[in-house]
Design a protein around this ligand. Structure first.
Ligand code: NOJ
Length: 531
């Protein structure tokens, strides 16, 4: 990658670190910035280009950092501002970009802005948050629900009004219709951009603007028991409002003041609505996160359809992106199974668009079962027993076979997966056919072959469990053949008539094999074929 390239975020590979769980350097059982610095050589060797850190700012940790009480500081749990500066400098020297999590939709209820705002109805900061009168019966102003259970409105007895919180009551939503709020957050962005960060992943960006009239949300006709309770209603008036695109364009202008930085938006919406977040004339987010693969049933025709639809709806010139895992969703290795996790890796790293890896997926970490007394996630605590808990995908990174997997020397904040003695970086690095070796080979190939980065995506007709496509540019092409099933398949496609050579198999044992006209894939095998 050309490091001075303004389009680095197109060519690069992103890697999400959940700082609490990556590497603890001071034996308190929680990961920290010095720990991340120590592990930069690992990330360099893996071959990723940019690291996104989930929030590191001072926080009461009601939602593990997504409840911020100082936007321009570092929580002592994670270290100091000096350590942050060292991280940025060391990462940059190693050719790695640093992306921060920006959480502009809500603060902590202990943020000085909110403390002031709740002081009285006529406090100058009152309008920085969303305060409403009770309904006629004294209940909440409307039927909007918190994503973490219950009403989204919290009554404040002192001022006899309700405030809105899309998540926990300890996370009051800021009022993004208020220009003073917008400018305060833009100054926060400038603060970090001046420090050299390379961009932001913006938390729940599609939530920022709410309906001006606070109309009730409609019921969800497809709601089924067992789904999280907030899904009983559709968030029609509380999210994805047309006016949000204006504020995102403003954010983008702040990013552009600094040049070569990136704006990534967290958005859970159907693809046709998601792509609106590129903004008019692409003046919105550079990369509205595409989470379609996070919830896609794992079958070839379904995935093929998703890729096709996404490619269809992308605005001209918009750069695609793909995600397989994050700190809110079950681990990919558990969703699709251990064997298919390798096929999923090949899919992620051969699709057109910037890939984002979630820490630990490269070593096949699975969802860890969390005993009731070990639950830390407020979502699981509020809505227990239906499987919404996020702790299982946030367990400590498995570095080696020493106690606590080399993550810490004292009891980690979440349990380490039982299989860490074998499934760890040291062991998997020593195994030339491990999933970690596969990730490295895939990343290496992506860097070597420009058609894997910028080539067109050309679907090839296939049936059953087979997903087949070509990536081609400037007359150079590779064919990707993925078997999403456990049974062997034989491919006799015109696409293979010209012949070629296997560049990589997910089993890492067929490199160099010549292909002419047909190809046999083992169950759970994917291959990349060069012309
Ligand atoms: C999205 C984040 O990814 C999630 O972890 C958090 O709980 C909510 N936003 C609220 O900030």
């Amino acid at each position: 990658m050309n490091k001075s390239d303004e389009f680095w975020w197109r060519h690069g590979i992103f890697y999400q670190i959940y700082p609490r769980s990556f590497q603890d350097s001071n034996a308190d059982g929680v990961g920290d910035l010095v720990g991340i610095i120590e592990r930069l050589p690992y990330l360099q060797a893996l071959g990723v280009d940019a690291i996104w850190l989930s929030p590191i700012f001072p926080s009461p940790m009601a939602d593990f950092g997504y409840d911020i009480c100082d936007y321009c500081g570092v929580d002592p749990l994670f270290g100091t501002m000096e350590a942050f500066d060292v991280l940025v400098n060391t990462a940059h020297a190693a050719g790695l970009k640093i992306i921060l999590d920006l959480v502009p939709n809500h603060t902590s209820d202990r943020h000085p802005w909110f403390i002031e705002s709740r002081r009285s109805r006529d406090d100058p900061k009152r309008d920085w948050y969303i305060w409403r009168e009770a309904a006629a019966d004294g209940g909440p102003p409307n039927n909007w629900m918190s994503e973490f259970g219950g009403s989204a409105w919290q009554y404040d007895a002192a001022s006899r009004q309700y405030y809105y919180h899309a998540f926990l009551a300890q996370q009051p939503d800021l009022n993004w219709r208020n220009p003073a709020v917008r400018h305060a957050i833009y100054d926060v962005m400038r603060f970090w951009l001046r420090k050299g960060v390379d961009g932001f992943r913006v938390d729940v960006i599609w939530h920022l603007i709410k309906d001006q009239e606070f109309r009730d949300n409609p019921p969800n006709p497809n709601f089924r028991e067992g789904q999280p309770p907030h899904q009983r209603i559709l968030p029609l008036h509380s999210t994805d409002r047309a006016e949000v695109h204006g504020v995102i364009a403003e954010m983008r202008r702040v990013i552009d003041e600094f040049g070569s930085r990136v704006l990534i938006g967290e958005i859970y919406l159907p693809l046709e609505r998601l792509v609106a977040y590129y903004g008019r004339d692409l003046a919105g987010a550079h990369l509205p996160f595409n989470f379609a693969l996070l919830s896609a049933p794992w079958n070839a025709r379904g995935i093929e359809k998703i890729i096709f639809e996404y490619e269809q709806v992308l605005p001209a010139g918009a750069w695609p992106n793909w995600v397989l895992g994050n700190h809110d969703r079950p681990r990919v290795a558990s969703r699709v199974g251990r064997d298919q996790a390798r096929v999923a890796a090949m899919l992620l790293l051969t699709l057109r668009g910037t890939p984002t890896l979630y820490y630990g997926d490269e070593i096949g970490m699975h969802q860890v079962a969390i005993a009731p007394d070990q639950v830390r996630d407020p979502f699981e605590k509020n809505v227990p027993g239906i499987g919404v808990g996020r702790d299982g995908c946030r367990t400590p990174m498995q570095w080696n076979a020493t106690p606590y997997a080399g993550f810490s020397t004292s009891t980690p904040w979440l349990p380490v997966a039982d299989d860490f003695v074998h499934e760890n970086v040291v062991n998997l690095d020593a195994d030339s056919r491990s999933i970690l070796s596969l990730y490295k080979a895939l990343i290496g190939l992506r860097k070597k072959l420009p058609q894997l980065v910028s080539g067109a995506y050309v679907p090839i007709a296939a049936a059953g469990d087979l997903l087949l496509y070509r990536r081609e540019s400037d007359g150079r092409a590779v064919v990707v053949a993925l078997n999403l099933g456990a049974e062997p398949v034989s491919i006799a496609s015109d696409a293979l008539r010209a012949g070629g050579e296997i560049l990589l198999s997910t089993f890492l044992d067929r490199q160099g094999e010549k292909i002419q006209g047909s190809l046999d894939l083992r169950g759970n095998e994917g291959v990349i074929i060069g012309a």
